[in-house]
Write a protein that binds this ligand. Structure first.
Ligand SMILES: [Zn+2]
Length: 173
């Protein structure tokens, strides 16, 4: 078997983030002006995008409303639309950077559904490769991340800004 190179594990072990109980990482990222340290990729009018600090695969990103709400019912149609459009832009950016074979995109609503932070709604965008599930099933809960988060953040953010810029150039769509 190939040796695992998983630099996120080091971050997980040494980071104080996980011991901040009760504090919402989304609201904290929004309040911060240090996008590199919060892994914030983009800020929209009603929502924003950031990388998952404990990614399932390289480029695992999330879109969250600016409002600290748990349920889709709490958002208006414009907010819901911006979350989905931002998710689409993230998919475009991740395709450009990593060329994955597919994506899982979705909400985990409630702890029973697997939500890690259930008080603040977020859309997961997870790039997938054909071999990744085979790999996971072999080694249990080990996730392999071949790249450090700072590098991923720089690459995905760059591509996302390009894509948003191209959209503006073409007058939307
Ligand atoms: Zn929050």
């Amino acid at each position: 078997m190939e040796p695992l190179f998983a630099p996120w594990r080091f971050t997980y072990v040494t980071s104080a983030d996980k011991t901040v109980d009760g504090e919402c990482i989304f609201c904290r990222a929004l309040a911060s002006d240090d996008d590199a340290s919060t892994l914030t990729l983009w800020r929209g009018e009603t929502c924003f995008a950031l990388l998952n600090r404990y990614p399932y695969t390289s480029g695992h990103a999330m879109v969250a409303p600016r409002e600290h709400v748990a349920d889709l019912d709490a958002l208006g149609e414009a907010e819901l639309a911006e979350i989905m459009l931002t998710g689409r832009n993230l998919i475009r950016a991740l395709r450009r950077v990593y060329g994955p074979h597919g994506f899982n995109v979705g909400f985990n609503l409630g702890e029973a559904a697997g939500a890690g932070i259930e008080e603040h709604l977020h859309l997961h965008v997870v790039p997938r490769w054909r071999a990744d599930t085979n790999f996971i099933s072999v080694v249990g809960d080990v996730r392999i991340i071949p790249e450090d988060l700072e590098t991923t953040w720089r690459k995905v953010r760059g591509a996302l800004l390009e894509i948003v810029g191209e959209e503006v150039d073409h007058g939307g769509a």
